[in-house]
Design a protein around this ligand. Structure first.
Ligand code: COI
Length: 314
């Protein structure tokens, strides 16, 4: 796609709100009006992309993303305040995480400024889809992927950076807190793998265990480390924290844990509130011995854990 000016499309209406039953919003796909697309050839850098009407992509069946899973995604939210302002939560942090993932997956990446500008353009081009204050958020999904064809050997000839957005409500429906199952069969990540970056390949391989846990009545699963199977790592889509006395602990960033933006923010806030925060190895026993447990994530926000089940122990 040819780089173009940042003019917002005429399809953006002046209506304040789209026709959505905000109370009924879950966390599902909701088609909005516009998205952002930028493309880049091998050996080049991303230039400014453009806002286009939301539409399907045409993509080579031989593309790197379809054949080899070369893709990263990000997730962040825009909020409407009571005063009518639109706020983004730390979008530069998502840009930096995308950069580190792009390095790991051999892809060029947009600069922090390009990333943040693309996110802002998508939010403004879909402004009427931002829920009223307190009734949801606009979830923004940037994706970077190898869109060019590759059969055997590198380089991938083309990359795409795109951003779309959907209005969302709660990700977890369990108002009284999550009932977690500690997963002992499948692992989410392994040392030197891609667990520490937001690769698209980190998610569907563990749907099997999430589906099984949900069928058993659990809300989510908590994964153990692949090397020993003794320490907790993270949930399907959120980081975990345990509280005991004045000490808040969370698994350290070691390459197998996603460096969550909400995780980082909670660590900073918790320290400000006078707690001692430890980023460390967290054995299952420490979790079972904790006074409080919660998880953090963009979709998951900050959510209480009501129960934890490990093998036969609840
Ligand atoms: C997010 O919290 O943004 C995620 O990427 C999790 C996803 C499964 C919704």
């Amino acid at each position: 796609m040819a780089p173009s000016a940042q003019t917002l499309p005429t399809s953006v209406s002046d209506e304040k709100y789209a026709n959505v039953k905000w109370e009924e919003l879950g966390f599902g796909f909701y088609r909005t009006d516009n998205m952002y697309v930028a493309k880049c050839k091998h050996g080049e850098s991303f230039q400014e992309g453009s806002i286009v009407p939301y539409a399907n992509f045409q993509i080579s069946p031989c593309s790197a993303v379809l054949n080899y899973g070369q893709g990263l995604y990000e997730g962040l939210k825009a909020y409407r305040t009571e005063e009518g302002r639109i706020m983004l939560f730390r979008p530069d942090q998502n840009a930096l995480r995308l950069k580190s993932g792009a390095h790991r997956l051999c892809m060029p990446y947009p600069s922090v400024d390009q990333f943040v500008s693309a996110v802002k353009q998508v939010v403004l081009a879909n402004k009427k889809w931002i829920p009223p204050p307190g009734r949801g958020t606009l979830y923004i999904r940037p994706i970077l992927f190898g869109s060019g064809p590759i059969l055997g050997s590198l380089p991938v000839p083309e990359y795409t950076f795109t951003v779309f957005a959907c209005p969302v409500g709660r990700f977890h429906q369990d108002n009284a807190g999550l009932n977690l199952k500690i997963e002992d069969k499948f692992r989410r990540a392994f040392p030197s793998g891609t667990g520490g970056v937001k690769s698209i390949t980190n998610y569907s391989p563990v749907w099997i265990t999430l589906a099984e846990a949900k069928a058993q009545g659990f809300s989510d699963v908590l994964f153990l480390d692949a090397a020993t199977g003794k320490n907790v790592e993270e949930l399907f889509a959120s980081n975990v924290f345990i509280v005991k006395g004045n000490v808040v602990s969370t698994p350290e960033i070691s390459g197998t844990i996603l460096p969550g933006v909400t995780r980082k923010s909670i660590i900073e806030l918790t320290r400000d509130f006078g707690y001692k925060v430890e980023e460390r190895v967290v054995p299952v026993e420490d979790l079972l011995d904790a006074e409080e447990v919660f998880c953090t994530g963009t979709a998951a926000i900050v959510t209480t854990i009501a129960s934890v089940t490990f093998k036969e122990t609840k």
